[in-house]
Design a binder for this molecule. Structure first.
Ligand code: PLP
Length: 630
């Protein structure tokens, strides 16, 4: 947990995960209390919990860290963070970022027409709104209109043709538009999204295009309109040296332009400030080799150094950090529905007169029970494997009864469990291949009420690791090893990598599942990108969510400000052109025919129809609220 919790999460005395959403305040919220409260207010599981105060804590931490670096270095410009809304467009998330960022003069970034239209009415007079991405005439016109009414909206030119179009539109209006430019640097990004940077990246002007743009501006006496230089190395920069080198590269361009008489005000270092999801350093999409302080220092000190060297004024600094602001604030609560164990339990009753092959398995089992040394244990395992192959062969040829097959299988798994238990206790380093194989074979599958494709799509798509752990029972040592699988009928629908105290692993220590008790797992750090990228595989859709605020005066230290119901089955079906009225009518006609044919009584038919129509209003996930007959 210490690898990824970043001071927000810990385990309390009850053995529950708790969150400390406000930095500097000793207010801890028990996540199990939040689940109970949310359920009593009508929320269904799975449940997305947003801790709104975590967003404000992150906004403050980022801005204060930059301010500190500026103060300590004697930097002569300011810093503003710009929130790229593509990371999480939910209105309440953006509103929280803006509110927390007010004292830091935070800005926004949008990358499409829909994002621009959503943000234009929200930005205050002084809020900087940067527009990246592909811009057509309609978008450029919206931006010019915004500039006409005094909004601080700035198109960031990513393609030369956008600049030409902007100049034509501005000429018609007799305007001198403010603008910024994204540059294609030679420095390549690092980590999963490295292709967003570098000379072959999709966006940005080349140096010859920049020169052409500047000459055009100078010829029109509009040199002062170019206010901002920008680069973006891609999300989740894994290696800080890459950022340092990119800042150096763009700063030489900046210095040249300033010496030429341009008046660039802002240097925008883009997004990419990474989040430590807890993965090992060799999985760059899940871990980074720097912290927030180092990131801020690298930007501030590198820019200052070059400005000092080349005797040019220091620009105001901007960063478009998104992931780092929102990833921590939300977690998905996944109830476990059941467990599939790959092994068979020990059978106490054995059939009479076992054949020789089963007797050999019995004797290997007693050898394994008495074995202590690693070599003996490995021998037992190898023998059991060989005998198992023989029994399978005999079963295929019809020489083994079902009873004896069951006996042999049960003994085989008992040997495996015994051998693994003792090998683990010996703890040899390096771990033997047999132990690794046994661990794989004896991993349980915990069926979770969620969809990987909807809630953590980056895990499926690019192998990003998200921290997963039980939310309670943490005062007890987990005795099982498990993998979390989801509800989809897809073998990829599982969490295949976990953060553990000893590195990433393909299974997780979990508690024994008890059918009559809830067992909740949490998937953490899901607040950036996952919700909007997630898809509807098998028609599992948006989950219920609650927005939680910390408040010391409340009984458990929090209150639920909003409960948003997830998508219902009928809403989901309508998206793929199945409409509830039509489905209900067809179902009713079908049942009427069965009644008319005398296959079913009218009252029973009505009950079945009512149940069908009610289910259309359900969430798309399994109902874990009650076991009452329907
Ligand atoms: N700015 C631009 C131009 C982007 O394309 C992105 C996303 O990749 C971001 C900012 C946000 O990056 P991050 O969430 O890694 O900070």
């Amino acid at each position: 947990m210490s690898k990824w919790a970043d001071g927000f999460f810990s385990v309390n005395k009850m053995g529950h995960v708790s969150v400390r959403p406000i930095e500097g305040q000793d207010l801890h919220i028990d996540i199990i209390d939040v689940i109970h409260s949310a359920r009593s207010e009508g929320a269904s599981l799975p449940l997305l919990i947003r801790f709104q105060d975590v967003i404000s804590s992150r906004v403050r931490r980022l801005n204060q860290t930059f301010r500190k670096a500026i103060q300590e270095s004697g930097y002569e410009g300011t810093y503003r963070s710009i929130f790229p809304i593509k990371v999480n467009q939910l209105q309440e998330v953006v509103a929280e970022v803006l509110e927390a960022g007010q004292e830091f003069n935070i800005g926004l970034e949008c990358g499409s027409k829909a994002e621009l239209l959503a943000m234009l009415p929200l930005v205050a007079d002084e809020t900087l709104l940067l527009c990246n991405g592909v811009k057509d005439r309609t978008m450029l016109t919206l931006m010019l209109n915004a500039q006409q009414i005094g909004q601080q909206v700035m198109p960031i030119i990513e393609k030369y043709s956008e600049f030409e179009q902007l100049m034509n539109l501005a000429e018609v209006r007799q305007m001198k538009p403010r603008l910024g430019v994204r540059l294609k640097l030679n420095t390549k990004g690092s980590g999963r999204w490295f292709e967003s940077g570098g000379a072959s990246s999709k966006f940005g002007l080349t140096i010859p295009e920049l020169v052409q743009l500047i000459r055009t501006l100078e010829n029109r006496e509009m040199a002062g309109q170019l206010e901002l230089l920008h680069f973006h190395l891609g999300s989740q920069i894994a290696d800080i040296q890459v950022l340092r080198s990119a800042v150096r590269e763009i700063m030489q361009v900046y210095a040249d332009l300033m010496l030429r008489g341009m008046q660039i005000k802002y240097l925008d270092v883009g997004g990419g400030l990474g989040v430590n999801y807890g993965g090992d350093y060799d999985s760059p999409e899940s871990s980074i080799n720097y912290g927030l302080r180092e990131y801020a220092n690298v930007v501030v000190y590198t820019v200052k150094e070059i400005c000092d060297e080349r005797q040019v004024p220091m620009p105001h600094l901007l960063s478009e950090s998104g992931r780092a602001l929102t990833a921590h604030h939300s977690l998905l609560v996944v109830p476990v529905l059941g467990v599939h164990r790959p092994d068979s339990p020990y059978m106490a009753e054995f059939p009479a007169e076992p054949p020789a092959v089963v007797l050999r398995m019995t004797s290997v089992y007693s050898d394994a029970q008495s074995a202590e040394k690693m070599s003996m244990l490995l021998e037992c395992y190898h023998d059991a494997q060989e005998i198992r192959q023989e029994t399978e062969q005999m079963a295929r040829l019809g020489y083994l009864s079902v009873e004896h097959m069951a006996q042999s299988d049960s003994l085989y798994w008992s040997i495996c469990r015994e051998v693994l238990r003792k090998l683990t206790a010996i703890g040899s380093i390096p771990v033997t291949a047999e132990q690794i194989e046994l661990e794989k074979q004896l991993t349980d599958m915990y069926l979770g009420d969620f969809s990987v494709f909807h809630s953590i799509i980056d895990h499926w798509a690019i192998g990003q690791v998200f921290p997963v752990m039980p939310l309670h029972r943490l005062q007890d040592k987990p005795e099982r090893r498990g993998q979390l699988v989801d509800l989809t009928c897809d073998s990829d629908g599982k969490v295949s990598q976990y953060v553990t105290s000893s590195g990433t692993s393909d299974c997780l220590p979990l508690h024994n599942f008890r059918q009559d008790e809830s067992y909740y797992l949490g998937i953490f750090l899901v607040g950036a990108y996952q919700e909007i990228l997630g898809d509807a595989h098998n028609l599992f859709g948006r989950v219920d969510e609650v927005h939680v605020y910390a408040r010391a005066e409340e009984a458990n230290g929090f209150w639920i400000e909003t409960l948003l119901k997830g998508i219902s089955v009928k809403e989901m079906l309508s998206q793929v052109q199945y409409f509830p009225n039509d489905l209900g009518r067809r179902m009713s006609e079908f049942i009427r025919r069965q009644i008319n044919a005398g296959r079913i009584k009218p009252a029973e038919g009505t009950r079945i129809l009512n149940n069908y129509t009610q289910r259309l209003g359900d969430t798309t996930y399994c109902d874990v609220s009650s076991n009452e007959p329907l």
